[in-house]
Design a protein around this ligand. Structure first.
Ligand SMILES: Cc1cc2nc3c(=O)[nH]c(=O)nc-3n(C[C@H](O)[C@H](O)[C@H](O)COP(=O)(O)OP(=O)(O)OC[C@H]3O[C@@H](n4cnc5c(N)ncnc54)[C@H](O)[C@@H]3O)c2cc1C
Length: 418
């Protein structure tokens, strides 16, 4: 391997090299200080709330870190060597992630859609030319990718999408509108699903493409969410030209391309369990208000802790399956449902403890700040397949219940049965 790692190195040799790289390039986190109510930041967000200027600075820091890591062989540990990956087993990838967690590194959230969803789809479905053009650059953070699926009239029922792509010689001409596109404003490329044959059944007339987000005819407009920030966008396409070698998969096989992306989306969203640091704050809050001896509060808190813990074990099981090369299945739907259900229960608990302090900003530390988490939770309930759609999947695939009749039972957005 040109990056200095060897394909035959043992896990011990790999972790030694990883530590040496991290020690030389990043600062270690201080040992977790015991949480003290009222000290430090009281920010508890689901979505990052920042201005576009702040975002650009953070994006550059995130890119610098990713480049350094990629050039040293730790950027795509399990990836194929032809695209700059280190082609090492999943256990090595996990080991690096664990060790990296001990260091202060710039927030890598900018790349979660591009690397978590778009890049795996490019690897699975793109032409050799497109793989060569994009995979290394994406994993090295030279370019960032976004997901252009949802439209004003097509979300859960993705196959109803109307953005069309018409063939013109060696090119396709795309016209239409996408919406809720996270990170479109800082992305260089997007994975777009378009209608290429309106005469075929709706989920059969779709095709996927890689589109240049800076091409003439692409217009990106921010959408503000109720928490204050603007993580999403509407994206308008007016006769945007895409070369045929930027097609993903066969013409009219876009549904399968979309499913590859969605499988990975569920894994990415469900993979976050919410976690221990939030619960530590909740304990602090309960003690601060002298409720730690209140039997009803203790009972509700215990229930929350158990639910978060079970979700985290379930996520670990599902992620291990993915990392060992198996296809994510209904476990990811369960993981996603557990995450949002736990956040909703947490919101209800916070409202009981804090009362009006959750709604009106009195300036008191650790009270109104929770509002960001409570207002961000509905977004989580929708992203990557809404709660109702997740329940349909679990009902049908796990419990063997009859299929959802829906508008068109064969084209439900997050229906992973096909
Ligand atoms: C945080 C966030 C990030 C996102 N990022 C992206 C992105 O980067 N790219 C992108 O393309 N999209 C993105 N989306 C859009 C997301 O994929 C859609 O919002 C989602 O698929 C739901 O579609 P919709 O909003 O059109 O709602 P609809 O599909 O219209 O659903 C409306 C309601 O009807 C319910 N419903 C729909 N169908 C059924 C059914 N069969 N049975 C029972 N109930 C049903 C839903 O549960 C929901 O409550 C994002 C959304 C969020 C919230």
């Amino acid at each position: 391997m040109s990056n200095g790692l060897s394909a035959n190195m043992s896990l011990d040799e790999f972790t030694t090299a990883a530590r040496a790289f991290l020690d030389a390039n990043a600062e270690r986190r201080e040992a977790e200080k015991t949480f003290v109510w009222g000290e430090g930041s009281d920010k508890v967000n689901v979505f990052e709330e920042r201005t576009r200027e702040q975002e650009l600075v953070l994006l550059e820091e995130a890119k610098d870190w990713r480049r350094k890591k990629f050039d040293a062989g730790f950027g795509w540990v399990g990836g194929p060597s032809e695209y700059g990956g280190s082609a090492l087993p999943a256990a090595y990838d996990r080991a690096f992630a664990r060790i990296e967690g001990e260091y202060k590194i710039p927030n890598q959230g900018f790349f979660s859609i591009g690397l978590g969803m778009v890049a795996p789809t490019i690897l699975a479905h793109a032409s050799t030319l497109a793989k060569d053009a994009y995979l290394t650059k994406m994993w090295r953070a030279d370019i960032v990718g976004c997901q252009l699926f949802s439209e004003p009239g097509a979300g859960s029922d993705l196959a109803s999408l109307q953005t069309k792509a018409e063939r013109d010689g060696d090119e396709w001409v795309i016209t239409g509108q996408k919406v809720w596109t996270s990170g479109a404003h800082f992305s260089d490329i997007g994975e777009i699903i378009c209608r290429t044959d309106a005469d075929l059944p709706k989920h059969k007339g779709l095709t996927g493409f890689i589109v240049d987000m800076k091409a003439p005819g692409v217009e990106i407009r921010p959408l503000r969410q109720m928490t204050g920030g603007a993580s999403f966008n509407e994206v308008f396409f007016t006769e945007v030209r895409v070369r045929d070698d930027h097609r993903l998969g066969d013409v009219n096989n876009g549904w399968n391309v979309a499913l590859t992306t969605l499988m990975n989306e569920r894994a990415a969203i469900g993979g976050g369990s919410g976690g221990d640091s939030v619960l530590t704050r909740v304990f602090g809050m309960v003690r601060h208000y002298g409720l730690d001896k209140d039997l009803i509060v203790r009972n509700k808190l215990a229930d929350l802790v158990i639910r978060y813990r079970v979700a985290s074990y379930n996520n670990q099981r599902a992620l291990d399956k993915i990392r060992s090369g198996q296809t994510p299945g209904p476990e990811m739907s369960i993981a996603k449902m557990a995450l949002t259900d736990n956040q909703l229960r947490l919101g209800a608990f916070l409202a009981e403890v804090l009362g009006p302090r959750l709604q009106a900003d009195t300036g008191e530390w650790g009270t109104y700040a929770w509002n960001q988490l409570v207002l961000g939770t509905p977004g989580l309930r929708i992203a990557g397949g809404s709660d109702e759609v997740m329940r349909n999947i679990v009902g049908e695939r796990v419990l063997g219940l009859p299929k959802d009749t829906g508008i068109d039972s064969k084209s439900s957005f997050r229906d992973l049965q096909k």
